[in-house]
Design a protein around this ligand. Structure first.
Ligand SMILES: [Zn+2]
Length: 425
């Protein structure tokens, strides 16, 4: 073993350590060397390990920070501005009118508020859809890990060139400002692209933006199969979604409905391989096979579905039975009450009371990290992983299982470390 004395080894002790990919440890210890995890084990096992500083988390359960795999932090300022349970297209009309007059300063303030809410609820990594790219700068300043998916729509093919130009300009700007780093040890923000959805982006723009993402090796995320209006539109080219596109002035008379499901449509276009699919609330057996074959990670947004009053059963069991990587996202505060992963896990548990707690916790941590580009870095407490660790106060010590406590009882974090640096206490 090398001499660690000059390497600022921090020793974190806690009542429980939940490494996620290995069993819980009572009276556990985690050692970090500044940025990464050096060792994890029981106090007894690691008693001889030298250290420079102690971080006392007694009275807490510590675990890897949560990964919120889907948010729109730019919309954080609009909490409560739209009533719950509206039909999707009425909701979308309101979103567009609310967003219209917002200034860059207001957007930045909203993102900062959103980031604060994420941190206090234990999130250390986020996958955020951003139309302005401002999120990247703020995540970077606050030291939160994340992938910023630059989001755009454009159903009329005439919008294609301008939308692509904007996307490239935004990305170049971010690259020039040295925010794009791909796994640099100092800065923790990556980029991806997010064509909004199959019903709001033309096939031409979907294909070209996908080619661009391939060329730049950027991940692609997209909302898919969120609601019935979308399914009807992609199948028949009709219904409330068509009316919405006409009202927004982007309808294209030449567009022919693909007469498939949204998943099959994207598959036929060749853009699904390795993508991150947001929602996938309504799928067929064939869709599930396609998602598996294309190694698509699925982001389930339980709080958002509850907010819309969607009372159909989410195909979670079907995804899990087919070994699909399912993760959790909050979506935005225009379609959710909170940006809080404890709340999401609780709603998920209400929907699936029989689902094992450790599967839920994996969805909120290590699986999320895999989905948004941080596999092997975040989402677990294991040697060599980044030191992204949160602590939860034990308010009532009568529990048998610490994982159950996190899912059923906890509401906020009381400690957060990202990349070895304590950012919240
Ligand atoms: Zn979304």
């Amino acid at each position: 073993m090398s001499k660690p004395t000059k390497r600022n080894i921090k020793k974190i002790n806690a009542d429980w350590v939940l490494p996620i990919t290995s069993p819980p440890i009572k009276d556990g210890i985690v050692l970090t060397d500044g940025k990464a995890i050096k060792a994890v084990g029981s106090g007894k096992e690691l008693s001889k390990f030298p250290y420079d500083e102690i971080i006392d988390c007694s009275g807490k359960i510590i675990l890897p920070g949560f990964v919120n795999a889907h948010s729109h932090l730019e919309l954080t300022g609009f909490r409560g501005k739209i009533e719950k349970g509206l039909p999707f297209t009425d909701w979308a009309r309101k979103v567009v009118s609310i967003r219209k007059d917002i200034t860059e300063n207001e957007i930045a303030t909203a993102i900062k508020d959103g980031v604060d809410e994420l941190i206090s609820s234990g999130v250390t990594t986020v996958g955020d859809f951003s139309q302005t790219g401002i999120t990247a700068k703020i995540l970077n300043e606050r030291g939160l890990r994340g992938t910023v998916f630059l989001e755009f729509s454009g159903f009329n093919p005439e919008q294609k060139d301008e939308k692509l130009r904007q996307l490239k300009e935004l990305l170049n700007y971010e690259i020039d400002s040295k925010l794009i780093t791909h796994h640099s040890s100092l800065i923790t923000v990556n980029f991806g692209i997010a064509p909004h959805a199959p019903y709001s982006v033309s096939p031409e723009l979907l294909k070209e933006s996908h080619n661009f993402a391939q060329e730049k090796r950027l991940p692609l995320a997209i909302h898919i199969s969120e609601m019935l209006e979308e399914i009807e539109f992609i199948k028949n080219g009709s219904g409330a979604m068509k009316d919405l596109l006409i009202d927004f002035g982007v309808w294209n008379d030449k567009w022919m409905p693909p007469q498939t499901t949204p998943v099959q449509y994207l598959q036929n276009m060749g853009i699904l391989k390795g993508a991150i699919g947001i929602h996938l609330n309504i799928v067929t057996e064939d869709d599930i096979r396609i998602l598996k074959e294309n190694d698509v990670s699925v982001v389930y947004c339980p709080g958002s579905n509850k907010w819309f009053g969607r009372n159909w059963k989410y195909p979670l069991r079907e995804f899990l039975n087919n070994d699909i990587n399912v993760v959790i996202g909050t979506d935005s505060l225009l379609s959710n009450e909170k940006l809080n992963m404890f709340y999401e896990m609780r709603v998920l548990k209400e929907n699936f009371p029989d689902l094992e707690n450790d599967i839920i916790l994996k969805m909120a941590t290590v699986n999320g990290a895999k989905a948004i580009g941080f596999e092997g870095e975040a989402g677990e407490i294991a040697v060599g992983r980044k030191a992204d660790i949160i602590g939860i106060d034990i308010e009532d010590s009568s529990f048998n299982n610490p994982i159950e406590y996190v899912i059923n009882k906890a509401e906020k974090a009381s400690f957060s470390m990202i990349n070895g640096k304590v950012i919240y206490e």
